[in-house]
Design a protein around this ligand. Sequence first.
Ligand SMILES: [Zn+2]
Length: 755
Amino acid sequence: MKKLKLIPTPHYVDYKGGETLSISKVYVCKCVGNSVDTALELLAKKTDFIISEKSEADVLITLNPEKHFSKEDLEVFNEKYGETQGYLLKKEKNSPIIIAARSPVGCVYGIMTLIDLLGKDVSEIIIRDRPDFKQRGNKWQVWAESGIWSYDYGDGAEAIKQRFLQKIEMNALRKINVIYADSFGLDADRFPEYADILRTANDRARELGISLYTGCYGMSYGQAAFGNTFHEKNYLNRKSYPDGEVYECIGTYDAYDIDFDTETTDYSHRLDKVYAREHGTCLSNEALTTLKIDEMKDYITKTHCGGLYLHNMDAHEIHPELWKARCNSCRKKWPNDDLFAKDGCAGAFAEYFDTIAKELSQIKDGEYDASKHLKIMVVSPGYLYPVVTNDEDFNTGVDFWKAVSEYLESDIIAIGFREHFFYHDKDVRRAEKIIESKFKHDTIIINFSGGDGFYDDKIFTPTAAVNYIMKGFDGMLCANGNGFQEPLQLFNAEYLWNSESSAYFNIEDKPKNQTEFLKLYRSAIKSHFRPDEIYGDKGFIDVICEKIYGEKIAGNMAQIYKLCGKNGEPPILCASSVDIYTNFSKMIFPMRWDNTDITPEKIDEMTGRFLECSKTSAKAEEIMSQTSKTFNGDKAIKTDLEWLFDCAQMGKKLTSLFYEYMLIYTELDKAFASGEDFRDGIIDDINVLKVKIKDYNNWIDSSPRKPIDKLGGGLVRRKNMGDMLDYWTSLMISSIKTNKRIPDDAKPLPVKRWW
Ligand SMILES: [Zn+2]
């Protein structure tokens, strides 16, 4: 049977063609009330209809599925999350479409499916559907979960606000119910329009069943070392505030050295240093906790925040050393050195989280009621890595959080973990441990799986296709899907809802252990894994682009998201990109001329990467130039296309400058290493490059696009990179003239630190 190509694919569909599905009269049963009004608003954007009497209706929406559906159909409500989010949709010959659920949310999802069904060749249909994950999220930020507004195109506050609302709708239509909308920081006054944009977006998102999350630390404040990139107050443990004596308590603790490039842990020696022990970590300091809560309250009241991502103590595992470092006052309150005890570590953290949740739950502002509308996702100590955290430490971490969950009284809290696959030493999924543990609170994966500003910044990655491996956790926040990656937002939506029976692509030979899994996963992250069902003609990317951009230009747009260099290099659309070594966390760029801590192999690798990225970016620029100029449809889409064209222009210019710079870098570096004379004319070549850099900088300066996001929004690092290239090439000339590899006029390297 021909597939319907809905996104997300319902879990069960059976249908017959022969007619184009359309509607004109909708009856909403009294039991449903006005809880589906917003969904009907979206339906009205797709087709004209009127609200009618039951007898005349061609769509009937009800909370009484028993009245209309068979026993077999009703089984869907007994499946996980069926009762709360599942729905049934059917149309029999010469009968109205019936959408039924046991919850208003289920009815809403039924309407979203109807919207996707309109215009398709369907005369009869039955759909039984419910999600695989209760919470399903995309992340809109550039640079991991730490920073930057991808939807700030530099076209002003009002445009950004409207864009937030459009993109919230785009996600709601695909049954996404979480969006990580802003990062680490609780300053609602960071720029004048901030609170209004976030409040408007939060209120609208809530109407559409989406919680917008904002990230914050709550303690230890690692990112504060980056100064202006952090919007939150950075509290110290003090005997009294504002300026009493500073003291040490618990802090971030890593048991072993980790090499993140190779994902290996050095177990040969156990570390003993506990970091950042004075950075607002004390759990028994009531004055400190009150200060933090006041800051959270101010932010939440001003923004009507739907979710706080409380990153908390940034320790990826939980070990006794962390807890044993507590101050005397904490020791008095929680005397037990045990990690899991109520009078030990778990009890202390539970009490801290409960105090925060209890206070925040009381916030009310107009329609906003935090006790109903706010969720708090607590993330550490111990979010636990899938590869560098061994099985024993994984189990300890889950047991710790299970104990915290037992002691917690608040029900607005969820517990966040990193992505997890198999145990390392047995062929069992780590998610099984979560299922066995029967947490009282929701457990949520923050899924760093490429395209995340952490591992890489590819604009499309197929890794959501392995989401099934994490079934058993309640939710998943994909750590990708920003404004440069809209097709990825829909791809994520597909596999968050239906992780194993997609109408597009499913992993057939499922890996049976961690080794097999990592082989597949790493190949997907590197863009080497490119199944036809996703990348091929009429594959998933084509379908997604048709849904986002419309039929006319879908082919062009899909081409952009399929672009890939020799080693998986993507087109560069944002100047902060792991793929060209310019991600925002970098203060010391590996390709800077005044940093000699680099090998000839790495120099070759970088040169090759810049060359490939300059080719993919040039191709993207060519496609976007034509597409944005000829498109004359929807205004919002036109704006997106013009923005992406601007980004591709930047990417092409910047990567080709980097490539030319690396060619000169390579030649000069070799000359210095061998002591040979410099080639005649090399300074002229550098000066020619400097003129091109100047042109790039002038192009940036003359752009009317000005971000309101203090970190630079989607335009982040554009100018910074031009300035850096100008500086490094000047240093090269000094090096040649003075015959010094690091010339005297080089400024000291910035200090790289997190704590
Ligand atoms: Zn303490």
